[in-house]
Design a binder for this molecule. Sequence first.
Ligand SMILES: *Cc1c(COP(=O)(O)O)cnc(C)c1O
Length: 365
Amino acid sequence: MQSPVDERRPQSFERVLSSMCTEPHPAARRAAERFLATNPGDPATYETIADLEREAVGALAEITGLADAEGAVESDVSSHGYVTTGGTESNVQAVRSARERADADDPVVVVPESAHFSFHKAASVLDVRLRTVPTDDDGRADADAVAAALDDDAALVVAVAGSTEYGRVDPIPAMADLAVDAGVPLHVDAAWGGFYLPFSGHDWDFGVDGVSTVTIDPHKVGRAAVPAGGLLARDRAALDALAVETPYLETTAQASLTGTRSGAGVASAVAALSALWPDGYREEYERADELAAWFADELRGRVDRVVDPELPLVAFDLAPGAFTALRELGWRLSRTGSGEARVVLMPHVTRESLAAFLDDLDEIR
Ligand SMILES: *Cc1c(COP(=O)(O)O)cnc(C)c1O
C-alpha cells in the first residue's frame, strides 16, 4: 500500500521569510541520511557517531572562540559541550547547570526582555525564577538594569547575541564584567547569530572573560539538518553538573537532557561545519548582511518605519491588512511581539525572492 507520506511534499523555501530554519547543505543532507540509525546518547555502542560528535564540538569550540580561550587551551575542548536538539535544550541545560552550581536557595536567572521564550520553559521545568530586565530603545539589554537586578539570589545572567525578534546583540563585555563582579556565570544565547558573529566584529564569545556557556545552533544558519543544536562550556565542571549516572549503559554518565538522540543531527552538523567553516560561513554572512541593507533600503520608501538591521534580520511596520494579504499570497511572514513584520535573511532567501515580495507589497499597498 502506498503511504500517505509518499503523496506529500515538504514546503518549498521560496516564500519562507520569517523562519530560522533553512535548506540543509547538500553534504549535511547526505550525512543525516547515512547516520539516521545511530544514537550518540549511547556512545559505547555507537562509537563512530560518538567520535563525530567530538569533532562537531571541536569545530563549535573554534567558532565560539573556546579553542583559544584562557583556561580551555590546556584541556581537550571536544569534551566541553555536546550536540543538543536545538537552542531550547541548550538554554534549558545552561540554566540547569547554573542552578546546580548556585548557592542560592531561591535561584534567579536574570534575562533581558529580548530573551527567547525557551528561558520561560527552563524556568518552568527547573523551578527557578526569571528576573526580566528591560532593553534599551534599540532592543539591547540595558547593562544598568542588569546591574540593578543582581543580588544574592542571582544564579545566572543571560545575554542574547542575535535576538530572535530584531537580531540585536547585547553589550556582552559589560554584562560579563557585571556577572564576574557578582560571582555569577554569564550564558550567551547565540542560537541563531552564532554563525554570523565570527565575521561581524562583535565581542560575543569565549574570548570575553566571564562568558561561561554558549548556545549555538548548527540547524539554523549553520545549515545542518534538524535537530542539531550546540551547548558549549568554558569549564568542564559546567557540563559535569549536568551528568547523571546511567546504570544500564556501558558509559557511566550522561550530560544531555534527552536519552536517545539523533545521530542524523550530529553527522549533518559535522558535514556542514567541515564544508562551510570558515569561508562558506563568512561568504554567507557577507551576502546576507548586504541583502539585509538592500532590503531595508527598499522598504524605507514603502513602509512607515524600518528597524535598522544589526545582523541579517529586518523588522518593519506593516499594516495588519497588508500582512494578511501577503500571507494569503503564500509569503510565510511572522510578527514581533510589538507587531512589526520580520524577515530573516536565511541562506535560502535571495534578492530575487525579496524583489518578488516587494512587487507583491506594491501591488496590495
Ligand atoms: C531559535 C532560537 C532559540 C531556540 O532554538 P530551537 O532550536 O528552536 O530550540 C533560542 N534562542 C534564540 C536566540 C533563537 O533564535
